[in-house]
Design a binder for this molecule. Structure first.
Ligand code: ARG
Length: 594
């Protein structure tokens, strides 16, 4: 299916080419006001400048070449040389029919599908998720859905933080708290117990205390280092204990992700990359890329030297620390080895990392090292960072007590508030409690996700639950309401035995709705290319608005003529299909009624 913006750009481009000008000048945008037609092209001004001609004359010549096009009702030249194009009703009607018949509601697929890994959420063992993980999860999940929908083969990977010094800290601390456990007895012949000696709450208590202690207490730090090294070397008791940490944490994390409607295709951990590290180091060595730097081994990835604050010159990008001066592999080592693993196992063309903007330098270093070592080209690696969710004070969101809000508590809070709103609005007071709770859950999650995804990911936004949950304005609940309203119209039509039929005769609001429906593909391409779900969020909002205006101006159930009613039902159906797809790509699910 072609779409108006592309179709027109092609036709106008040909007309410009006929005049000896660049076909790129044919690009069009949706007109801002009805009096400017449906689409606008500004190419005549730039083209005239290049050719040293009068812009109005260029515009007139282009317009003349489109005068007999069946899809175009009118081309007008305005002001200094704007081309205002109005499509014919016939073109709109046939496009509406095509979109209505398409289960993808007009959405295309990429020409050349790629193999893509989206690395997102990045949860860690022993740490329950907090609001900081919310954006990485919501944005990453939407990117994953979008890429898959466009036809790529996509794996979402949680890249579980299950390795390194933190694990040693937990083991060493437990060894002191519960020394009698078999995991610490080097002579124990196994098998180790199936049941974990600790639960997530224990790990959450132990971890921050142990981390704080290790900062000041040299002996505690040494014990943790030794435990880390022994775990990594494969000491059976430590491995068995660590398995419990991983399982207990993962279970709890998966429950939280499920509440958000997020699942992963892969739960590979940092530990999975660990076995690849020795060979990778040998390879880096063989390629002459590993260099000694004050006892550590690094890969230099800078492209120039810049003056340093303390005098002298230094690399403009930090080197990748591969082996620390104490001989251990680092966060970046794991990330590099993970790239090697992903290329080998999944033949990835593209890896998208949806991680906090503060890790931008880390990824730049890792990506350059991967490129330099020939593991994966720099263009195939992309870190998409994001701003923070802030409190009313403009600083990263904190609880009233000044602590970090746990994701679980946030979700509960949103859900409770959504329930209160729904009760207040008197929604389904006689419906089953279970259904009402499900609606509250969906409204709450929609509020949270849409509030996040409607902003360009690079910008920070302010947490304001009342606004997020409002049924009016650019919010998740408003969009759910729009979808549910269409569902209810279609249900009633069905009950009355009214069938949908061919699109006929167009009123202004119907034209507008069709033009928005046609713009879906353009929004999808933009969101995909820029890795920016807010473009899709904008589209969903415009679509809901266009439907609302259409429904107000063009009655469906009470339409006087049967064919008009049937036509409007078709438009309503197409709108619902497209809106549900758009919401799904944002990770939002609509209830049947509310
Ligand atoms: N677990 C990490 C953290 O909490 C995030 C992981 C991001 N992904 C990656 N491949 N490094 O900071």
């Amino acid at each position: 299916m072609t779409h108006f913006a592309y179709h027109l750009a092609l036709k106008l481009g040909n007309a410009f080419a006929d005049l000896g000008l660049s076909p790129d000048l044919g690009a069009v945008v949706r007109a801002q006001k009805a009096e400017f037609g449906d689409f606008q092209c500004n190419g005549a001004m730039a083209g005239a400048k290049q050719a040293g001609k009068n812009p109005r004359e260029v515009a007139m010549s282009v317009a003349a070449r489109l005068a007999h096009d069946r899809d175009i009702a009118r081309v007008e030249v305005a002001g200094p040389g704007f081309l205002n194009i109005t499509l014919s009703d016939a073109a709109l009607v046939s496009q509406a029919a095509a979109i209505a018949q398409d289960p993808r509601a007009g959405a295309g697929v990429v020409e050349v599908p790629r193999r893509v890994i989206v690395d997102y959420a990045g949860p860690n063992v022993a740490k329950s998720m907090h609001v900081g993980h919310l954006r990485a999860t919501i944005i990453g999940d939407s990117i994953k859905r979008l890429y898959r929908f466009r036809g790529d083969q996509v794996w979402g990977d949680a890249h579980f933080g299950d390795w390194g010094f933190q694990m040693g800290l937990l083991i060493a601390t437990l060894a002191q708290e519960m020394p009698d456990l078999p995991y610490f007895d080097a002579d124990f012949a196994g098998p180790y117990p199936d049941v974990s000696p600790v639960q997530l709450a224990d790990l959450e208590r132990i971890y921050p205390a142990a981390a704080a202690l290790a900062k000041t207490d040299v002996e505690a730090r040494d014990r943790a280092r030794k435990a880390t090294a022994e775990l990594q070397a494969g000491r059976p008791g430590y491995r068995a204990l660590w398995q419990h940490f991983v399982a207990v944490s993962r279970g709890a994390l998966e429950r939280e992700f499920a509440a958000l409607g997020v699942t992963f295709d892969l739960w590979l951990g940092e530990s999975d990359a660990d076995p690849l590290i020795p060979d990778m180091i040998k390879d880096l060595e063989a390629k002459g890329l590993l260099q000694d730097d004050q006892g550590a081994r690094v890969v230099f990835v800078h492209d120039k030297l810049v003056p340093k604050k303390d005098g002298g010159e230094g690399p403009n990008v930090a080197p990748l620390l591969v082996v620390s001066s104490e001989g251990s592999a680092m966060y970046g080592t794991t990330d590099l080895a993970t790239i090697v693993d992903r290329v080998k196992r999944f033949q990835t063309d593209l890896i998208i990392y949806c991680v906090d903007q503060r890790q931008a330098d880390h990824f730049e270093t890792v990506f350059r090292a991967a490129d330099k070592a020939g593991y994966m080209p720099r263009e195939g690696l992309d870190h998409i960072g994001f701003g923070t969710m802030n409190g009313q004070d403009g600083k990263p969101f904190k609880t009233r007590e000044g602590g970090v809000l746990k994701l679980h508590d946030l979700i509960t809070q949103v859900q409770e508030k959504a329930q209160a709103k729904i009760d207040e609005a008197g929604v389904g007071t006689d419906w089953p409690d279970e259904e009402r709770a499900d609606i509250a859950h969906k409204v709450g999650i929609a509020a949270l996700k849409f509030a996040d995804l409607q902003n360009f990911r690079g910008t920070s936004y302010i947490f304001d639950l009342d606004r997020f949950l409002s049924f009016e304005g650019k919010t998740g609940p408003y969009l759910l309401y729009a979808a549910v309203r269409i569902k209810s119209i279609l249900r009633k039509a069905d009950e009355a035995g009214f069938a949908a039929g061919p699109v006929v005769k167009l009123e202004g609001a119907e034209r507008d709705l069709i033009l928005v429906l046609d713009g879906f593909e353009h929004a999808l391409r933009g969101a995909y290319d820029k890795r920016a779900p807010h473009i899709l969020a904008d589209h969903a909002y415009s679509l809901a608005g266009a439907f609302s205006a259409f429904y107000a101006a063009c009655p469906i159930m009470t339409a006087a003529e049967t064919d008009v009613r049937a036509s409007r039902l078709t438009l309503a159906k197409a709108t619902l299909t497209q809106l549900l797809i758009a919401l799904d790509l944002l990770g939002i699910e609509a209830p049947e009624r509310m």
